[in-house]
Structures are given as structure tokens and as C-alpha cells.
Design a protein around this ligand. Sequence first.
Ligand code: MSP
Length: 641
Amino acid sequence: MSSAFYITTPIYYVNAKPHLGHTYTTIAADVACRFHRMKDEKTFFLTGTDEHGDKIVKAAESGGMEPKTYADRISALFRELWPEYGISHDRFIRTTDPDHIAVVKQILQKIYDAGDIYFSDYEGLYCFDCERFYTERELVEGKCPDHAKEPVPIRESNYFFKMSSYQQWLIDYIHENPDMIQPERYKNEVLGFLREPLDDLCISRPKTRLEWGITLPFDQNYVTYVWFDALINYISALGYPDGENFKTFWPHVRHIVAKDILKPHGIYWPIMLKSAGIDVYKHLFVHGYWNVDESKMSKSLGNVVDPIYLKNTYGSDAIRYFLMREMTFGLDSSFNEVALIQRINSDLANDLGNLFSRVLAMFHKYFKAIVPQWDPAENPYPEFDLKAAAESTIRDFSTSMDNFEFHKALASVWEYIGTMNKFVDTAAPWELAKQESARQRLAAVICSLLEGLRVVSGLIYPVMPETASTMQKHLGLDQQQPFYLMDEIGKWGVIPPGAELPKGVSLFPRMDPETIFAAPEDKKEKQSNVSAIMPEITMEDFASVDLRAATVISAERVPKTDKLLKLELDLGFERRTVVAGVAEFYTPEELAGKTVVVLANLKPAKLKGVQSQGMLLAGIDNENGSVAVLDRHLPPGTRLK
Ligand code: MSP
């Protein structure tokens, strides 16, 4: 074994169940980790959940639960999802784990003792959704840039972390480690933030306002800011300060995050480490967003794609492949199922699947399942040197994988698959098979194709571990690690002559979009696995939900979106504006005059600039949307219970 490789994902908030965005990051980390195992490195892969803070308290409250009970349930959804996608993490950390809490306190005390935390009176603008103070400079038109809400002025005494003292140090550190933040655009973004004076960071919340957090070791009346708690997971998980894993793996870490959390990772975290006297990490990889129709996929926008539905419909390896192939690491990508089906059919079923079944079928036909004698050193087709092409593919693949350019790594493997497909057509084994004198040549063609497939099976292993294993089984290789080691993959003539190989299989059946999209019932059944019934509530819990009958007076489209309708509703005692995401299913005229059901005591929210005072009850699946309408007359304003 050579060097140590430590990879982390963000720890995900437990205020919502996992969606495709979280799944992408975790798969990317898994792919990188599997690749480094192939390089025979010692690896550690960390993921987990971020469970403290106001966001979680609010989500728990709306589910009528204690924060810990709520966190247990949602954290379990993440933990149970990862095996479905073959995620091979070494630890799943929760910020409620006692060993993590102990380390957070230790670090806080260290930074406090170093004189980098001070107590001060503060009046500032606070965004409850971000759980942090904003400076005027950071606001966009007076609003929080993430939630487009005006922050609330709050005056309180708090503890502050002296980030400002480290500003120049961080700038120098980034220049001394030019590949610390990749891709380059994000390094520039961080350097851009650092061109403005860095404010000190408020790292406490008074318990009078928030109790769900880790108590400051030097003041029992405060809990620490959720980011100060969360970032420390990257070292508490390794058993900081004395654990063997900490000694082995820190600071050889590669953090992967999306661009939404660049600032805490690119600025707070290195400064926290520096102040605590801990080696500062050297690699942060930042990716873009999976969007749906131009908007970031996120729970708050209600456009999330369910990873379990995708796995049940298309299979884990196909989704892993699509996500890694389609997104250029660092840039945004748009998710849509049509593109997914196209890629499965062209890259997986056609290019790879057909090649595999074609070669194995010819092998069985011409050699009766027994690998013939052939001389791998002799190449009767110099213009198609599959061995040399494999070597250069392996080099390109390795470089791209080292740089987290997964799409490029896969593109080079598919280029090689393309070469093999052309080779089959040029060498035309079916013609050679007609001539007894071409027997040697036929053996060389088929066996070098088998070798080429073996190389492919090794290279796709980090992205498609199940497919790699199926291919290896059918190539007569046992499933042991050597066939996946980067140093071994390039060897030629590994499949032993005389071996009997099992018959081929179809690796990827073609997907028919019509069948997939025209089977809503079937699909719903698959989805129902995931949209499990929400946690049990009591009648008292339900009593806090105020549902009212309301008549739609008028409706109109919300500009610049295909999804939203703005409805004017009559609730009997008052009129209200409610925004509903049903524009794809209803014209405004269709809804006018209907008596609908409104969640009337929902906190108002702004959607695409329109203030919505409540929510319409409606059900939406991928093809259909239906608004709940009363089928008998009830006066508007009547409560439904
Ligand atoms: N709890 C913090 C992270 C603390 S790490 C010390 C947090 N949690 S989160 O649940 O909001 O997860 C954010 C991360 O989820 C992103 O950085 C990214 O890894 C992933 N994604 C969430 N939505 C995504 C997309 N739409 N597209 C791509 N990745 C997405 O922030």
C-alpha cells in the first residue's frame, strides 16, 4: 500500500429526505474512493448527516416531533439509501454522535484558549433560514441572497471567531497551494470574497433562542453555530486528536461539496483549522448544481428527483454512469429522464452491452466456450492495436480520475469501446471463421477483444461496480481485487488459454421511453417505496392544520415560470392570494370558480416574487397533477377536518 486517501461528502441536513443532488455528490465520492482503492492506496470515505440548528428544530416541529426523534428518522433515510447505490463509505457520522460532540467542544476550547474567540454585543441582520447574520454588503437588494427574504434585525450578545486576523494568511495559503480549490473558477471565487474585508464570524446562539446544538464549553448559556459544529465532523470522524485514522488520513483529505457551500469550506474551515493548530487541508473539489428546468433541484423549490424511483426504474449502475458522464464536474447540469434514457440506450445498451454480448457470442460459437491458444505478443492487425490503445486509455483515464474529471475519464473508456466496435467490423470474425487457414487469426481477434473487454471491466469498476463484476465473471476471472488494480489492468493475455467461459448476458436492456412514461400506475408503485407514509401524528397534531374550503375567484400565470399559477381565493371571511405549482396541468380558466382546499395557516412565503398566503392541496406525479376540489357545495371558509 502506498499513500493515504481520505474523501468526504458534505454531511447532509436532516430537514428533508435525500434527493438526486445529495446522491450525485455521494456517488462522486464513492467513484473517487473506489478508484484510489484500485491504486492500492489506503482509503477512508466519510459521509453522514448534519443534525443541529434551527432548520432542524423547525422541520421537527412541523412534523410534531422532538428534534432528536426527527433527526433519527431522516438520518436513517440517508443511511438506508446509500447501500442502494453501492456506496462504500467507512463511516456514517451524525453530528449527534457523542464522539463528535466531544471533539467540537475540544476545538472550541482550543480556539478560545488561543484568544481567537471574543464576546461582544452585536446588532445585526439575521436570516432565520440561513441561520446566520448578514452584513449589508452581502445582501442583494436588502434581501438574503439565498432565500430572497429580508433579514430580521436582532440585537444580542454573542461569541465571535476572529476570522479577520487570518485573512492575509488564507490568501497566502491559497496562493502557496494553487490546486487547493478546484476547479479554478471556485478558487477565484474564494479569492474574490477575500478581496473584501473578512468579518468575524458569530459562532454562538443564545439558548434562549436555540437549544438544539452543542453547548459552548466556556459558556453554558450558548450553543455553537451549526457550521462550526458541522465542519469539525471531518476530523472528529477520524478520532481527532489521537485516533489511528486521524494520524493516517489527516490532512490527506479531498473534500467534495457543491458550490452552495463554498464559503464555509473555502474560508471558515481552513481558518478554524489554522487557529486550532491543526494541519490545514489541501484539496477541496467543488461541483455545480443539478438543475431541473433551469432551477436548482432543491426541497424548497419542490422539484426534487427521487433517487429510489430512479434506481428502481433504471438500476443503480445506469444512474451512477449517467450522473458521472453527463455532468462536467464544476458546471451545472440539467436533469431529465429523456436524456437519461438516451444515454442508457446509446452508451450502455448499444456501445458497451452489444459489444460484450457480440464478442462472447462469437467466442462461444467459434471456440465452444474454451479460450484458444493465441500469442498476445503477435498482432496481425497493426492498425488496430487494442493493447497499445488500452495502455493509452488507462493513462488518460487515470489522469482524469485523479483530477475528478469523471466525465472525461468515462469518455476515454467509451472511445476505446468505439475502437473495439470498429475492430469487430473491420476484422469480420465471421469471415475468418469460414477459412480453416485463418484459425490463428480468428483466435487473435476474439482473444484480444476479450482482453479489451477485461480492461473495460476494470476501468468502469469505480463507476459501475455491479456491471464490472458481471463482466469479469463472464470473462472467467475471479472477482478478486488484482483484476481491478490499476497496475494490473494494462497487462495483456491475462485470460488463460484453456479456460471455459460462461455464456454472455445482456448487460443493459434497452429502455423504451414509451413504456416507462406510459406506465404511471406501475411507476407509482415503484415510487411508493420511497414516499413512505410520514411519521405517525396524533389528532392533536392534526388539529393544528387549518384546512379551509375556498372559491377560486380568478387565476393567472406567474410570469417567467411554466409551473406556477397565482390564484385569488375567497375564504368567506377574507380574500387571499395563493401561488400553486399546477400551471402544467391546469389553465387559469379551468380553475376559476372551483371550490378548492387551502392550507390556511401555513406561514406565508414568496414564490417567484409573489407572496403566497397558504397552499392549495394538490397531488402531482411526473405526468399528472390534480387539485383537490370539493364535489358538493360548502360555503367558502368552512374548515375541513
Ligand atoms: N449541512 C450542510 C453541509 C455541512 S458540511 C460540513 C449542507 N447540507 S445540505 O443537505 O444542504 O447539502 C448540501 C449539499 O448537497 C451540496 O453541497 C451538494 O453536495 C448536495 N446537493 C444538494 N442539492 C444539490 C443539487 N441540486 N445539485 C448538486 N448537488 C446538490 O449544506
